[in-house]
Write a protein that binds this ligand. Structure first.
Ligand code: DON
Length: 327
């Protein structure tokens, strides 16, 4: 650990304020999804992903079948391309939230999808939004005895942040600058690329992938979901929701289920070993998907599902030091 030479002073702390942002909401198969707005990309990306896969019969196709997986990968490719082009701190960049979540827009994003062949990420760009010129983590979920729910993800980015302790103050400096796009097209530590939308500017907040999410059904709390994991947060939350709603898994099964990830660039899908049968892997490879085992694991979820009789089921990830407790 190093100690910062220029410690944080009162003026720095006075200049910082937290900001209330209206949550991103959307629907998925009769459920209401409430999640984190910019400066996280999580809520927008999650609702885009859910709305993009909603027209497809994932339940009939089955969990991790080649068709289900293909549709999810192609949705992820396009949504992360949107993330790179359109998402950043709304105090600095006009994020076209409504346009990105518009059903007609999302339907159009499928126009270059081809069942016979993997799309090429180099040929997929962030979508064209009408009116715009083209120029191009710890998570916890809580439900109280009265049914109030919170879904919270907090990040200092990498482990121990920048590894600098503020002298006398006793806390670590984060390395959140790394969540900005340092230069167009230059990937950060999670391999994410960005553009002007997420360029470095004084006072600007960097683009996050945090996706703390609440799912409602018929106006009532259904599920609380979230995880750390950098760029893989969004796809882990996405898969966990599908695992429960489409594939009928319990909360713990949905958390435990092996996961995969695609983020537009690099143009490859990574998966936790054992997530797919050889048959499905071969079917996807035959269509041109670059698909390879993940180094390490995907997701460290902490989630809660409200059961039909009102009891709560906690799902905590066996991949890390997660725990569910209740009274
Ligand atoms: O906000 C973000 O997207 C990143 N700072 C999250 C980093 C993260 O989840 C690292 N932990 N696994």
């Amino acid at each position: 650990m190093a100690v910062a030479k220029a410690p944080i002073v009162q003026k720095d702390l006075d200049a910082y304020h937290s900001a209330w942002r209206t949550p991103i909401t959307g629907t998925y198969r009769g459920h209401k999804v409430i999640s984190m707005p910019p400066t996280s990309s999580g809520g927008i990306a999650l609702v885009q992903l859910l709305k993009m896969v909603e027209p497809f019969p994932l339940k009939r196709w089955g969990w991790h079948s080649d068709s289900t997986t293909q549709v999810m990968i192609e949705a992820e490719r396009r949504v992360y391309a949107d993330r790179a082009k359109w998402l950043g701190d709304p105090d600095f960049f006009k994020v076209p939230v409504n346009e990105l979540l518009d059903s007609t827009y999302l339907q159009k994003r499928w126009s270059d999808f081809n069942w016979a062949k993997a799309s090429d990420s180099q040929a997929i760009a962030g979508g064209a939004i009408p009116g715009y010129e083209s120029n191009e983590t710890t998570h916890f979920s809580v439900v109280d005895t009265e049914g109030n729910a919170v879904s919270i993800t907090t990040t200092i980015n990498n482990g121990y942040g920048s590894r600098v302790v503020v002298g006398g103050a006793g806390f670590l400096m984060n390395d959140e600058m790394e969540d900005f796009a340092v230069k167009p097209g230059v990937p950060n530590v999670f391999g994410l690329v960005g553009s002007e939308a997420n360029s470095v500017q004084p006072g600007k907040r960097m683009l996050s992938s945090m996706t703390p999410t609440i799912v409602e059904k018929d106006g009532k709390l259904f599920m609380v979901v979230g995880t750390p994991g950098g760029s893989t947060i969004i796809t882990s939350v996405f898969q966990t929701i599908l695992n429960v709603i489409d594939h009928g898994m319990s909360m713990q099964e949905a958390v435990n289920a092996l996961k995969f990830h695609h983020q537009w660039l690099p143009d490859r899908t990574t998966f936790e070993r054992g997530a797919f049968s050889d048959k499905v892997l071969n079917a996807l490879k035959a269509k041109g998907y670059a698909i390879e085992p993940q180094t390490g694991t995907l997701g460290r979820m902490d989630c809660i599902l409200v059961l039909p009789d009102g009891r709560l089921e906690g799902g905590s990830d066996p991949r890390a030091d997660n725990t569910s407790i209740g009274w």
